[in-house]
Design a protein around this ligand. Structure first.
Ligand SMILES: Nc1ncnc2c1ncn2[C@@H]1O[C@H](COP(=O)(O)OP(=O)(O)OP(=O)(O)O)[C@@H](O)[C@H]1O
Ligand SMILES: [Mg+2]
Length: 285
């Protein structure tokens, strides 16, 4: 079945489908395909081919795969930014037919508003939701500190490094506590130390709030550090090659997890699958 993009604006427009029966999965991909047709007469690009998997309620699900295999496209489908051309995506049992409310999306680009300061960027989703002013102040303070931007509260995005922009973008998404989080390589631009700190912070948030997370990464170690399950995608057109449960007990320590024997074993299994996709014709275009 085809889904349609009908959302009128970037924040908070809802799908209008009657309440479905309760389901135990937060997100379902059911034979989802996507063919991009950019211009008339241009060759269509098949980004995804019959992708099928469920993300359970409060599951931390990592998605890995070679560049261009459709990882960002998968997240765009869940957020309702891109309509599928085949199959169906459902969120909490409702088919996605437009922008989905209550999904937090840390996109691959930071997408900060350049005319707003760090404080104002992080505050914006709270203002849109009409959060009381005192609560806004408390949450903005909390998140600015958590992502280490206290000294840059009044700076504009162009005055920040790439990693700092990314941290600001993460704070702007987490500040309003969305039940489903989509994260597209959120820590890719960070140095190793900040990355481990941010991974630790995300693990703490997930432990405390048990959100459903779809987390795209190129980094197999990061996937194993964070996730309950790793979805390995094939090169383009993206298909699900494997769905590997991560058998490393929680709570996990982002700084020391790589010393565990289970970690090394699972890393080897994942790497073998991943490398096969890269070596079959190189990185996909
Ligand atoms: N709007 C679009 N129009 C046409 N083709 C597109 C569009 N968006 C993505 N594609 C194509 O779809 C494929 C998948 O793109 P996508 O951005 O989802 O890959 P990705 O797995 O996120 O890659 P990376 O790891 O490099 O970020 C690519 O071949 C890309 O060129
Ligand atoms: Mg991408």
């Amino acid at each position: 079945m085809q889904s349609h993009h009908e959302g009128p604006g970037p924040e908070g427009s809802a799908t209008t489908v009657k309440d479905p029966a309760p389901v135990d999965h937060a997100v379902r991909f059911d034979k989802v395909s996507l063919m991009f047709r950019s211009r008339r007469n241009s060759t269509p690009v098949e980004a995804l081919h019959e992708v099928t998997f469920d993300v359970r309620e409060r599951e931390f699900c990592a998605i890995v795969g070679p560049s261009g295999c459709g990882k960002s496209t998968l997240l765009n489908l869940v957020a309702g930014l891109t309509p599928a051309t085949g199959g169906q995506v459902t969120v909490h049992g409702r088919p996605v037919t437009g922008l989905v409310p209550d999904i937090g999306y840390v996109t691959q680009d930071s997408n900060l508003l350049p005319w707003l300061t760090v404080d104002e960027n992080i505050r914006l989703p709270l203002q849109i939701r009409r959060t009381p002013a005192e609560e806004q102040d408390r949450l903005v303070d909390q998140w600015i500190t958590l992502v280490g931007l206290d000294q840059f509260r009044t700076s504009y995005p162009h005055q920040l490094s790439g990693g700092m922009q990314k941290r600001c973008s993460i704070a702007r998404t987490l500040v309003y506590d969305p039940p489903i989080l989509l994260m597209d390589e959120p820590f890719g631009a960070l140095d190793a130390m900040t990355k481990a700190v941010m991974q630790g912070t995300l693990l703490d948030i997930w432990d405390q709030h048990q959100k459903t997370v779809l987390f795209v990464t190129h980094d197999l170690s990061e996937a194993l550090t964070l996730a309950d399950r790793v979805i390995v995608m094939s090169r383009r057109p993206g298909r699900v090659k494997a769905a590997e449960p991560v058998g490393i007990p929680r709570p996990r320590d982002a700084f020391h997890i790589s010393e565990l024997r289970e970690f090394a074993e699972q890393h080897r299994v994942l790497w073998d699958m991943f490398a096969a996709e890269i070596s079959m014709g190189g990185l996909s275009k």
